[in-house]
Design a protein around this ligand. Structure first.
Ligand code: FES
Ligand code: FE2
Length: 375
């Protein structure tokens, strides 16, 4: 017999929590980190929009009120579980209305109106998440698995509003791997030669972890048709979800890279690029776009590694390897629970063998690959 529970009792608001079935199996010793994560670009959420989203292993609703403020709440209405993101509306300027029976909630998740009652339900409450809209371009949400309030704030890079930089170019990727695995790539100089087929690999000058921030400084020599140009790749991370990469040498390019966990096994990445003006708008745009193309091409070259690799808790390293363990120690602070120690090797799920054994389909030959094969 199914238990029928009485309606919620007790005093004071109690945000409804929800549990989503866990992924088929955890692929990593870590789960979902806390921090600020980019959930959208500003232009994706117009006043009055109410959008369903799934991040952090949770059903969410992302909405912008008529005053222009963006809000993120848990998706389910505490009345009878309606999902706000499928037909919900912004009413009265800044209230979220459930599509099921019209109950209304403010951005903090407090019930403000039940259309067929003269009273509200003070216990009916929806979890809300802190949101910051940065530089009119990035919408960041604070997530902590225990519901803790923000433990740091994001510093806004000057380039975001510097008029000498171009308009934004945005790129969006979904990846079947945890955000930490992608972030580890930033300190990994040696993989460039094998995954990206670059002749010259970046040379790390320093990697410093400082509280919630980490800073990587490297020199990179870029081959160009007019010879090799000395350049730099410097990366500044603020928590696990917000990293600024500054490329210099050929053209100053600013890349805001933002990873957001979909659940413990998957993430999405948003890249927002700006290029410093070379004086000539057309030249800036074509050099800038070539750079964006190269970074995105490299991302796709990394993908099969990320999606198929095992996570080794105790990797066998060379004495000259970059500071992988220093990076992992820094990143580990963003997990609310200690790493799971039941395995040393965490492998991807078994492949779907309906069509036979798995097949590796390489990316199309790239310019650098072609170059390599003619050597
Ligand atoms: S479920 Fe939301 S108003 Fe009834
Ligand atoms: Fe890479």
């Amino acid at each position: 017999m199914t238990d029928v529970l009485p309606p919620q009792a007790g005093s004071g608001p109690r945000p409804l929590d929800h549990v989503v079935p866990e992924p088929d199996g955890y692929r990593y010793p870590f789960r979902i980190p806390f921090g600020w994560f980019q959930i959208a670009w500003s232009e994706e959420v117009k006043p009055g929009d109410v959008l369903p989203r799934f991040y952090f292993g949770r059903h969410l609703v992302l909405w912008r009120d008529h005053d222009g403020q963006i809000h993120v709440n848990d998706a389910f209405c505490p009345h009878l579980g309606g999902h706000f993101g499928y037909g919900g509306k912004v009413v009265d300027g800044c209230k979220l209305q459930c599509p099921f029976h019209g109950w209304e909630f403010d951005a903090q998740g407090t019930n403000t109106n039940i259309p067929y009652s003269t009273r509200t339900n003070s216990k009916a409450s929806v979890r809300s998440y802190p949101v910051r809209e940065i530089g009119d371009h990035i919408v960041s949400v604070w997530f902590h698995p225990d519901g803790a309030q923000p433990l740091y704030e994001l510093d806004i890079p000057a380039e975001m509003t510097d008029p000498s930089y171009s308009a934004w170019t945005d790129k969006h990727f979904g990846v079947n791997a945890a955000a930490q695995e992608l972030a580890e790539n930033a300190v990994d100089g040696p993989h460039f030669r094998y995954v990206h087929n670059t002749e010259i690999v970046p040379e790390i000058e320093s990697y410093e972890a400082d509280g919630f921030t980490a800073h990587m400084r490297s020199v990179q020599r870029f081959p160009t048709p007019r010879g090799v140009v000395d350049g730099r790749i410097d990366v500044d991370n603020q928590g696990p979800g917000f990293g600024v990469t500054r490329f210099s040498g050929i053209v100053d390019t600013f890349l805001l890279g933002a990873a957001i966990p979909v659940d413990a096994n998957r993430c999405e990445v948003r890249f927002s690029f700006k290029t410093k003006s070379l004086g000539d708008e057309k030249a800036t745009s074509s050099v800038g776009q070539a750079f964006v193309h190269e970074v995105c091409k490299q991302f796709e070259e990394d993908r099969p590694v990320w999606e198929n690799k095992a996570h080794l808790r105790r990797p066998a390293l060379a004495d000259t390897d970059p500071p992988f363990m220093k990076f992992r120690k820094w990143y580990a602070q963003f997990y609310a629970e200690p790493a799971h120690a039941e395995h040393d090797v965490w492998a991807p799920a078994a492949p779907d063998l309906a069509g036979g054994q798995p097949v590796f389909v390489p990316n199309e030959a790239t310019a650098s690959r072609k170059h390599r094969t003619t050597e």
